[in-house]
Design a protein around this ligand. Structure first.
Ligand code: AHG
Ligand code: MN
Ligand code: MN
Length: 341
């Protein structure tokens, strides 16, 4: 079977009235930028792109050379097309305006340019995550406030994984589609349409080293999974943790599972590690579109009204029945902890 390319897919979506020409251009431009990042990642030590940039981002994290380079590639690619009103990135303190010399469009682009930075130097999959919002009506110079929209307002979201192959996963609000980069042709043929996450799973993804800092409902949930066949769940569970959210979510989209980065009490001031706007919202949109669920353990991620651009949240996402179960544990008063059968 001959598959269609991303370009063809987007044109069809436009013809069917699902997207306009600007949104089509936006996705094309992001895909092109991801292709450039993929090439840089693929060169590894030969490209001189490994290691630290010697700077820190607004969240106090050390930036890697590839964090900075990927951010620049995405900024440069998106500045001149006329499809954007502004951009915001995990790696920049404030929203980035479109230079005055270029026309402005109606969309806001939000991204984590390089997800999984700790894996860059060790040749493990990393990726890019992005989310598209509409610029609020009448706003000419979008500031932070223009971006503070709940995830339900996203018009598109996607991610690229730079792994053994480079894939681009996309939702425009009507299912989830996967494209695989053909390195020789330089295009992205459609390789999976209408992806579905199985409702049940026996695989979980979590950084267990934080266990002693977790809240009681989290410990209860993981204790039950670890108890396996002889415990209350009556079956064995398997564990995987890549430490690149893109790769962990991609596995879950492909074969099911639950991904958890809970709030922990190591640093009580921090409500979680992952960022709402750059990581949680786009991934929650994709996961819900594939039939899965995404919560903070207490509420639906997409329903959160953001208070800050760089806000962090706990993340529970993936196979629906597991996400619902662990969310119910969080919402069950401690004295009724055995209420959820
Ligand atoms: P980033 O590289 O964009 O800062 O994100 C890293 C995130 C996420 O990709 C991953 O799931 C998580 O951090 C890993 O955290 P630990 O190192 O605490 O396991
Ligand atoms: Mn990230
Ligand atoms: Mn990042």
């Amino acid at each position: 079977m001959k598959s269609i390319s991303l370009t063809q897919f987007l044109i069809e979506q436009q013809r069917e009235g699902r997207i306009n020409a600007d949104l089509r251009l936006l996705i094309e431009v992001v895909a092109r930028a991801c292709k450039r990042i993929s090439i840089a990642v693929g060169k590894g030590a030969l490209g001189g792109v490994l290691g630290s940039a010697g700077t820190e981002n607004v969240q106090g994290e050390t930036q890697k050379k590839l964090d900075v380079l990927s951010n620049e590639i995405l900024l440069e690619a998106n500045a001149w097309g006329g499809h954007l009103a502004a951009l915001a990135s995990e790696e920049m303190d404030d929203p980035h305006p479109i230079p005055d010399r270029y026309p402005k469009g109606e969309y806001l682009l939000v991204f984590d340019p390089l997800d999984g930075s700790s894996n860059i130097d060790v040749n493990i999959s990393v990726g890019t995550i992005f989310s598209v919002l509409r610029c609020p009506e009448g706003v000419k110079e979008p500031d932070e406030k223009a971006f503070l929209q709940p995830g339900t307002q996203q018009v598109a979201a996607g991610y690229a994984v730079y792994g053994s192959s480079t894939v681009l996963v996309l939702t425009l609000g009507d299912g989830v589609y996967q494209f695989t980069l053909d390195r020789e042709q330089g295009n992205f043929p459609l390789t999976h349409a209408k992806m579905r996450i199985p409702e049940d799973t026996s695989e979980f993804a979590i950084n267990m080293s934080n266990m002693r800092h977790w809240e009681p409902p989290m410990r209860r949930y993981i204790d039950e999974l670890l108890a396996g066949k002889t415990g209350p769940r009556g079956r064995d569970f398997n564990m995987r943790w890549v430490a690149s959210m893109v790769a962990d979510v991609h596995r879950i989209l492909t074969r099911g599972g639950i991904f958890i980065y809970p709030r922990d009490l190591k640093d009580p001031g921090k409500p979680g590690k992952l960022r709402l706007m750059y990581e949680a919202n786009p991934m929650a949109f994709i996961v819900e579109q594939a039939g899965g669920a995404a919560t903070t353990g207490r509420e639906r991620i997409l329903a959160i009204a953001p208070a800050q651009l760089h806000q962090r949240v706990p993340v529970f996402l993936g196979s629906k029945n597991e996400v619902e179960r662990v969310t119910a544990y969080h919402l069950t008063p401690a004295d009724r902890a055995d209420a959820y059968a």
